[in-house]
Write a protein of this length. Structure first.
Length: 203
């Protein structure tokens, strides 16, 4: 992960059209004693070699309100190299009707580690119990391999309960980062109506 010199104390003004994102990094060093809830009418399953279009559609549906951007701006070749890598596991939750309502991506490409890259639900599935199923399965699948560290990062653009949700699952915060990006709602990568909790300031 690229790091830059420390930011100065106090306020740092951003040009209009840029966004500053406060990132919290969390990790667990041993498998917690948790068990996955019964899925009920939901179905949790491995998503084997998803097509790029299907993957991006679910990625957008899950992450648009939280300004998930990374998978929307990389090339098809770069995306395929990641999500079709044998050391990257992608899972989904299917509703009773067979609709994909959740996305989980685990990256084992770094020896001895697993990164929880993405974990989220479509908007209308939040608060229905699918999140607990997703995170407990994430923990179980990650520690099924011989790792000594399971980690992730989340940010203040994400759901306001995200950090508490991950801490409850057994992750512990260990670092803060600040990320500055171009606002994807102005670059055309997302509609201007995305992430209404983040003000849109035009240049």
């Amino acid at each position: 992960m690229k790091t830059n010199p420390p930011l100065p104390m106090g306020y740092s003004e951003l040009p209009r059209g840029k966004l500053a994102n406060v990132v919290t990094c969390l990790e667990m060093r041993e498998k917690p004693d948790v068990s996955a809830p019964a899925p009920g009418a939901l179905r949790f399953e491995r998503w084997q070699t998803p097509s790029l279009d299907d993957y991006r559609q679910l990625f957008r549906e899950v992450g648009e309100n939280w300004l998930w951007l990374s998978r929307l701006i990389i090339s098809n070749e770069s995306l395929a190299a990641i999500i079709h890598d044998p050391d990257v596991e992608i899972y989904t939750i299917l509703s009773e009707e067979g609709r994909r309502i959740g996305l989980l991506e685990l990256d084992f490409r770094e020896p001895g580690e697993c990164e929880l890259v993405f974990c989220g639900l479509v908007p209308d599935a939040i608060g229905q119990g699918a999140g607990k199923l997703l995170i407990t399965q994430a923990v179980a699948r990650a520690w099924a391999r011989p790792i000594n560290r399971f980690w992730l990062h989340t940010c203040h653009f994400d759901h306001p309960s995200a950090i508490f949700f991950y801490q409850k699952a057994g992750f512990k915060p260990y670092a803060f980062l600040v990320e500055v990006i171009d606002d994807p709602r102005l670059s055309g990568h997302m509609p201007e109506t995305a992430a209404p909790h983040v003000p849109l300031l035009r240049p």
